[in-house]
Design a protein around this ligand. Structure first.
Ligand code: KG4
Ligand code: ZN
Length: 340
């Protein structure tokens, strides 16, 4: 079974083709995985500009579809389904991906699959690692910070979520305040190397509180105040602040995951989403005890392979979508009522 996945919900235009070996094994093969990152388009604005993103997706997507097929040495006729991110995300970009996937599916008489971007992150680990349902998932990206039990495709129980900002946004803001560039996560991680993680005491919102919710706005404010007092051009202080910030985030994530493991015991903790690329944070989560599984670093940030894989998992269950699917700017993985 082979599925193409199209991802256009933010600032990466991405197309991939994945294949499941015969016999319902969880692990798959990536036959093609092409990503065009719009970094240069957005860099001078210090963040993603939705209108520019939508246009860039439109200009690039056809070419990337052709490139992915060439890389996999396949024709559209060889595919079993066409998946695209159906939301949540910047609606202009999501529309471009969904329209393209629907057109390809219609023209070649293939099933169309509208994939929730968060489900893409949530299931991505099963593309490369043997992980069986159910598992505990920490989903940490630029727009989300949640703890969920993943029971199967389309079957999630939300244990906690952020009450204000996402953790990736907090990394991006810290980098911006320190002039480290965009996107911030990798820049903060690099700058933190060799820094003193104890030098700046920063607040740890929600730390040691019951439940599994997160909060990052107080930490963001504290970082801003610390940056304002920093001597200009002091690279030692920048390294120390980045290391202290990262340690603080590590303390909070580890504390919230420990609570989640107490509420919903699991022998496997999966971390996914762009922030899961952070090696220091992975180490902190590893120390919690259960087996920690994360996608390979390059599949943590947005990519087409995770959308193709989630589409494939849905297709295997017969969960296809009709061509009148409407893109969804908001699309929670689990209803708030399921909040434990
Ligand atoms: O999953 P993703 O590519 O897009 C969303 O769905 O949001 O996540 C992007 C986020 C950005 O905030 C970026 O700064 C963060 O992931 N990120 C990192 C690292 N790499 C990317 N955060 C911390 N450490 C990293 N190495
Ligand atoms: Zn994402």
């Amino acid at each position: 079974m082979r599925v193409m996945g199209i991802e256009t919900s933010c600032d990466e235009t991405a197309v991939a083709i994945v294949e499941a070996p015969a016999g319902n094994q969880p692990v798959g093969n990536i036959l093609a995985n092409v990503v065009y990152s719009q970094l240069t388009e957005h860099r001078r604005f210090g963040g993603v500009v939705p209108e520019i993103a939508a246009r860039a997706h439109l200009e690039r997507l056809d070419g990337l579809v052709a490139e992915a097929l060439a890389e996999a040495k396949l024709d559209l006729a060889d595919l079993d389904g066409i998946a695209a991110t159906g939301g949540p995300g910047l609606i202009g970009g999501v529309l471009v991906g969904v329209m393209t996937a629907k057109a390809l599916a219609f023209a070649h008489d293939k099933p169309f699959l509208a994939v929730n971007h968060l489900e893409g992150h949530a299931l991505s680990v099963r593309l490369t690692e043997e992980v069986t349902f159910p598992y505990l998932l920490l989903l940490v990206s630029g727009g989300h910070c949640q703890l969920l039990t993943v029971r199967g495709p389309g079957d999630f129980v939300r244990l906690g979520t952020t009450i204000d900002d996402a953790v990736g946004e907090c990394f991006d803001k810290t980098a911006k305040l320190l002039g480290l560039g965009f996107p911030g996560g990798p820049a903060v991680e690099r700058a933190a190397q060799g820094g003193d993680p104890q030098r700046f005491p920063l607040p740890r919102p929600m730390w040691k509180k019951p439940g599994c919710d997160f909060s990052f706005s107080g930490l963001k404010t504290a970082v801003r105040q610390a940056v304002e007092k920093l001597p200009k051009g002091d690279s030692r202080a920048i390294a120390d602040l980045c290391a202290s910030f990262q340690r603080t985030v590590g303390d909070v994530l580890a504390d919230r995951c420990a609570n989640a493991l107490a509420m919903a015991p699991s022998d496997t903790l999966v971390v996914a989403g762009g922030v899961a690329a952070n090696v220091y944070l992975r180490r902190r989560l590893e120390a919690l005890g259960p087996r920690l599984v994360a996608p390979p670093i390059k599949l943590c940030t947005d990519n087409g392979a995770m959308i193709a894989w989630a589409g494939l998992e849905r297709l295997r269950l017969g969960h296809t979508d009709s061509l009148d699917f409407r893109p969804r700017p908001r699309w929670p993985l689990a209803p708030a009522e399921a909040h434990a």
